[in-house]
Design a protein around this ligand. Structure first.
Ligand SMILES: NC(=O)c1ccc[n+]([C@@H]2O[C@H](COP(=O)([O-])OP(=O)(O)OC[C@H]3O[C@@H](n4cnc5c(N)ncnc54)[C@H](OP(=O)(O)O)[C@@H]3O)[C@@H](O)[C@H]2O)c1
Length: 402
């Protein structure tokens, strides 16, 4: 449960971290055991790699010797040393010998950008390894555990498994499903409107909710919007108000209507904007944007719209494990119709517009299928707004098999 504080009849959420399930302090308080405490610490170390290691998973490691935590480390950047190697190299050999290593992901067993961690662990004389989950990467998947066990190392599995899955849900999901984990997020009034009709800018959620939105952004690799949202709101789509790395910004724009003076293009951080457009779009427009450092990808259309399957596939190929779809209505509708979504983050704000755009369009074609069923994961009150976080049952099923 999130931490709540009641002030003058108003419920205010203090912890607005969307990954609060793995909050290490709570892990320690709630569960008590030494291994859980150590894994809570490993998870909080892992999270320091947020925004820096993707498409690699965030991994943290802790060494326990004589019932004391004597060292901790995390995977710092994509292509850099893995957390286990970083930690082992930072401590004297006599401390490592016969120690217990606690790490939130199965140590690797293959030669990639770095040599296999499971061999290093065995060579250094570690006697016990505690992990949260197996690594679903087919190059590892169980082989790291086997490599350790074959060398006489005791492996304890499944400690803080749920928290570890949640932290790296994009990585796990993309490995298994071959597409990024997709969260649809929108703010609506209590009469179900996400915007005024026509091109009129209007902010639905309150200022504290906005901080939560930016927290959500920093937990995703990419933010995606439709061109009408860019034309109406001129958004920046970056992480503000809090510390964090801004994700890749993605726009769906079949005819390249995006104005060169839009804030997304003017404030572009090198290589941080991708515009998907139709194969019919003229070269001149594309070249103009490329000159402004914008990546433009031409893809196929399906029923007169850009193919979201190709968008998801191209983003996955570019190392994107998670996408936050921030609207507007036509884009949200398309993602739901194409069955390309896992989580919904819905903010309901106590405003009434009377008229305006709804989250899904009138000609919404979402079949009533069992697989659309969702489970409510959290319900938060952020000042006067209510946030509902749902997950598809079929996504939960996929995660449970890991
Ligand atoms: N309250 C909120 O949370 C929230 C969030 C975001 C936006 N909004 C509001 O929503 C409104 C805009 O929503 P909207 O529905 O008019 O437009 P939108 O969803 O932002 O953009 C739709 C446009 O994107 C392009 N597109 C390309 N491929 C697509 C695909 N596969 N599926 C859907 N669209 C695709 C199409 O234009 P082309 O054919 O030209 O490519 C389409 O007309 C604005 O008023 C904005 O303020 C509210």
């Amino acid at each position: 449960m999130p931490t709540v504080k009641v002030r003058m009849g108003e419920v205010i959420l203090i912890s607005i971290d969307p990954c609060q399930k793995f909050n290490p302090e709570k892990t320690i308080l709630w569960r008590g055991s030494v291994l859980r405490k150590a894994m809570g610490l490993a998870l909080s170390e892992a999270e320091k790699g947020l925004g820096k290691v993707s498409p690699n998973p965030m991994v943290g490691a802790v060494i326990i010797k004589d019932k004391k935590i004597v060292g901790k480390a995390f995977h710092k950047r994509f292509g850099g040393l893995h957390a286990e190697a970083e930690l082992i190299e930072s401590l004297p050999e006599k401390i490592i010998k016969n120690a217990t290593l606690v790490v939130n992901l199965e140590p690797c067993s293959h030669y990639g950008k770095t040599p296999p961690c499971s061999l290093l662990i065995a060579d250094k004389g570690i006697k016990k390894v505690v992990i949260s989950t197996k690594d679903p990467n087919p190059l590892v998947s169980g082989k790291g555990i086997r490599c350790l066990e074959d060398r006489g190392i005791h492996v304890v599995k499944g400690i803080c498994r749920e928290e570890a899955l949640e932290l790296n849900r994009g990585f796990f999901f993309a490995q298994i499903k071959g597409r990024p984990f997709i969260t649809i997020k929108y703010a609506q009034t209590i009469d179900g409107r996400i915007a005024f009709p026509g091109k009129r800018r209007y902010r639905i959620s309150n200022s504290i909710s906005r901080i939560y939105t930016h927290t959500l952004r920093k937990y995703h690799d990419a933010i995606l919007v439709g061109i009408e949202t860019v034309l109406t709101d001129d958004p920046l789509l970056n992480v503000r108000y809090i510390d964090g790395v801004s994700p890749l910004k993605v726009v769906l724009d079949s005819g390249l209507r995006i104005p060169p003076e839009s804030r997304l293009i003017r404030n572009e951080e090198k290589g941080k904007v991708i515009i998907f457009t139709s194969k019919r779009t003229g070269k001149r427009k594309i070249e103009e944007l490329i000159k402004l450092n914008i990546r433009v990808e031409q893809i196929d259309e399906q029923n007169g719209k850009l193919s979201l399957f190709q968008v998801a596939a191209k983003l996955k190929k570019s190392g994107i494990n998670s996408i936050l779809v921030e609207g507007g209505a036509r884009v949200i509708t398309s993602f739901i119709e194409d069955d390309l979504y896992d989580d919904l983050e819905i903010c309901i704000s106590p405003k009434i517009l009377g008229a305006g755009i709804r989250a899904t369009t009138d000609h919404f074609n979402a079949p009533l299928r069992d697989e659309n069923q969702m489970r409510l994961l959290t319900m938060k009150s952020i000042s006067n707004d209510v946030w509902l976080h749902y997950r598809r049952i079929k996504t939960i099923d996929i995660m449970e098999k890991i």
